[in-house]
Design a protein around this ligand. Structure first.
Ligand SMILES: Cc1cc2nc3c(=O)[nH]c(=O)nc-3n(C[C@H](O)[C@H](O)[C@H](O)COP(=O)(O)OP(=O)(O)OC[C@H]3O[C@@H](n4cnc5c(N)ncnc54)[C@H](O)[C@@H]3O)c2cc1C
Length: 377
C-alpha cells in the first residue's frame, strides 16, 4: 500500500493551491458580496487546463484521472466554494454526460469547447416536485417531426445561465415510465432561464430556474439510448459525489487553516488563545477527521480510476465529508469568536457555503439510503 501521491498529483496540488491563493483569495469576499460570477477566474482556470481535467486530450481536456480532479476541487474549495462548484458542476454534471453517453458527432460538437473551458455546461435533474425523488421528473419531451418538444421546468440548476454557458443536459419523460437525457443548447426558442437565484452561500456561483415551453430540440440531441436516462443520471450522480466530497474536505481544510492561524494570533488573558486546551481540542478534532475524510475521498477516486465499483465509497465519502465540513466550519467560527461573525472574515463565508454540501447531489439522508441499499438493506 502506498499513501504517497505521485509527483504529478503533487505538482497539480501546488499549481491549484498557488492559483487559488493568488487569484481567488483576494477577490472571493467581494464576489460573494456582489453575487458576481467569476468569469476572469474561470478563464484563468481554463488556461491551466483545469476546466476539463478528466477528459482526454483529443477533446481538449487535460487527460487526468479522478484523483487529480478531486485534488483540484479540494484545493479550490479550501479558498472558495463558489469557484469550486462552478468547476465541479461543469465537469461532473455538465460535460461528463456528453463524454460518457454522447455519440462521436455529439462529442465532436460539444466537448472541445467544454473540456477546454471556453464554454460551460449544466445538468438539470431537479424540478420543483422532483428533488430527492429525481425519478419523479415531470418535464416531458415528445418526438414530433424530427424534434423533441420539451415542456416543463427545472430548479436550482448550476451554471445554466452564465454568458458562456453552451448547453444544459436535461432529464425528461419521453414516454410513460421512460426518462431520457437530452442536450438543450442555450438560446433555443422556448427555453427560458430565470435571473440568478439569491442564496445563503455559493453566492458567486450561477444557480437558475429553467422553463421550457414547446421548446423544439433537434432529435439528434438525445444522449445515448432513449429511455436510458434514469440509469445514466444515477451513474452521473455517483461520479459527481466524489467531487462534492472533495469539496467537503477542501472546505474543512480551509476552515482549519483559518482557525489555526487566528488562534495563534488572537490573544486573550495575556496569551494566544491557541494555548487554551479547549481551542487545541477543537483543532485536534478537525485535523483528525480531515485525515479520515480525505482518505475516503481519495479511495473513492482511486476505485473509479481502477474501473472498479465505487458507488458505495462515493456515497460514504460524500456523507462523511459533508458532515465533517459542517463540524469543521462550526468549530472554526467558534474559535474566531465575534470576528468570525463578520463578513470580512473568510470563515463567515465558509460557514455559509458549507451547508449545501449536506444537500446537493443527494442529501445526507439520501446518502444513508444509498449506503444502506449497497449494504443489502
Ligand atoms: C445551490 C444548489 C445548487 C444545485 N445545483 C443543481 C444542479 O446543477 N442540477 C440539479 O439537477 N440539481 C441541483 N440542485 C438540487 C439538489 O440536488 C436538490 O436540492 C437535492 O437533491 C434535494 O432535493 P430537494 O431540494 O427537492 O429536497 P427534498 O427532496 O424535498 O428533501 C427535503 C428533505 O426531505 C428529506 N427526504 C427526502 N426524501 C427522503 C427519504 N426517502 N427518506 C428520508 N428523507 C428524505 C431530504 O433528505 C431533505 O432533508 C442544487 C441545489 C442547490 C441548493
Amino acid at each position: 500500500m502506498d499513501f504517497d501521491l505521485s509527483d504529478e498529483h503533487e505538482l497539480l496540488r501546488s499549481t491549484v493551491r498557488e492559483f487559488a491563493e493568488q487569484r481567488i483569495a483576494p477577490v472571493a469576499e467581494e464576489l460573494d458580496r456582489e453575487h458576481r460570477f467569476p468569469y476572469d477566474i474561470v478563464a484563468g482556470l481554463a488556461e491551466l487546463g483545469l476546466m476539463g481535467i478528466p477528459f482526454p486530450e483529443e477533446y481538449e481536456g487535460a487527460g487526468g484521472d479522478t484523483l487529480a480532479y478531486a485534488i483540484a476541487i479540494e484545493e479550490l474549495t479550501r479558498i472558495d466554494s463558489s469557484v469550486a462548484i462552478t468547476v465541479a458542476a461543469h465537469t461532473s454534471l455538465g460535460t461528463m454526460p456528453i463524454f460518457l453517453y454522447g455519440n462521436d458527432e455529439q462529442k465532436r460538437e460539444w466537448l472541445p469547447d467544454l473540456a477546454s473551458g471556453r464554454k460551460l455546461a449544466a445538468f438539470a435533474l431537479t424540478e420543483p416536485e422532483a428533488g430527492s425523488d429525481a425519478g419523479a421528473t415531470r418535464t416531458s419531451a415528445d418526438l414530433r417531426d424530427g424534434s423533441w418538444i420539451v415542456n416543463g421546468s427545472k430548479l436550482f440548476i448550476t451554471n445554466a445561465g452564465t454568458d458562456i454557458t453552451a448547453c444544459v443536459t436535461i432529464t425528461a419523460r419521453t414516454g410513460e415510465d421512460e426518462i431520457s437525457n437530452i442536450v438543450v443548447p442555450n438560446g433555443t426558442d422556448g427555453y427560458e432561464i430565470s435571473e440568478p437565484m439569491r442564496k445563503m452561500g455559493w453566492r458567486a456561483s450561477d444557480t437558475r430556474e429553467l422553463s421550457f415551453r414547446d421548446c423544439a430540440v433537434p432529435e439528434k440531441n438525445l444522449l445515448g439510448e432513449r429511455g436510458a436516462g434514469y440509469r445514466q443520471f444515477l451513474e452521473i450522480l455517483d461520479g459527481g459525489r466524489i467531487s462534492v466530497a472533495a469539496m467537503g474536505v477542501g472546505l474543512a481544510q480551509g476552515a482549519y487553516d483559518l482557525a489555526a492561524a487566528y488562534a495563534r494570533e488572537r490573544r486573550q488573558f495575556g496569551q494566544p488563545i491557541s494555548k487554551f486546551q479547549a481551542i487545541q481540542f477543537k483543532l485536534a478534532d478537525i485535523a483528525t477527521e480531515l485525515e479520515a475524510g480525505r482518505a475516503l475521498v481519495y479511495r473513492a477516486a482511486w476505485l473509479k480510476d481502477q474501473g472498479r465499483p465505487y458507488g458505495l465509497a462515493a456515497a460514504m465519502a460524500k456523507l462523511f465529508t459533508g458532515e465533517l465540513a459542517h463540524r469543521a466550519a462550526n468549530h472554526a467560527l467558534q474559535i474566531h469568536g465575534g470576528y468570525g461573525f463578520m463578513d470580512e472574515y473568510a470563515i463567515s463565508r465558509l460557514y455559509r457555503d458549507q451547508k449545501v454540501l449536506e444537500i446537493g447531489e443527494g442529501t445526507n439522508e439520501v446518502q444513508r439510503l444509498v449506503i444502506a441499499r449497497h449494504l443489502g438493506f
